[in-house]
Design a protein around this ligand. Structure first.
Ligand code: HEM
Length: 119
């Protein structure tokens, strides 16, 4: 299970690094709320749940419905690339087994593509 292979500490590092990248990228940053710590907690709990850990995310937020939740932002392929680059940089800084890293990259790529809602 990816959740146990990665562990909570590395997932926390990943989401922390990700939001550091978001804060450095004005186009991406403009979409996010003022309070990045709260956003960091949401994606952290989501990843814990989706990778096989406790379902605290859904207890707090309900069904993820990610595509629907992302409709409020204009996400074209350029914005998707900003997001993916931020996540890949974040991932680079976390020591992980190559196999685990590749699975995460595949997962993020697939979901990020599915979030595109604009030409
Ligand atoms: C493709 C480009 C993407 C953009 C531009 C984008 C943008 C955003 C923004 C602006 C938020 C609001 C932050 C907050 O208040 O929580 C958000 C929330 C979120 N995003 Fe994304 N996102 C993208 C892709 C993804 C992907 C690939 C995933 C998962 C693998 C994801 C998972 C989430 C989750 C779990 C939340 C919190 C939802 C909630 O509980 O309200 N996003 N995203």
């Amino acid at each position: 299970m990816l959740y146990t292979q990665i562990g909570e500490a590395s997932l926390q590092d990943l989401t922390k690094n990700f939001y550091q990248e978001v804060s450095k990228n004005p186009e991406l940053r403009s979409l996010y709320p003022e309070d990045l710590d709260a956003a960091e907690r949401r994606i952290y709990l989501f990843l814990v749940q989706v990778l096989g850990g406790p379902s605290t995310y859904s207890e707090e937020r309900g069904h993820p419905r990610l595509r629907m939740r992302h409709m409020q932002w204009k996400i074209d392929s350029k914005m998707r690339s900003h997001w993916m680059n931020a996540m890949l940089h974040a991932l680079d800084k976390v020591p992980l087994e190559q196999e685990v890293r590749e699975e995460l990259m595949q997962y993020f790529t697939q979901v990020a593509n599915a979030m595109i809602n604009h030409d």
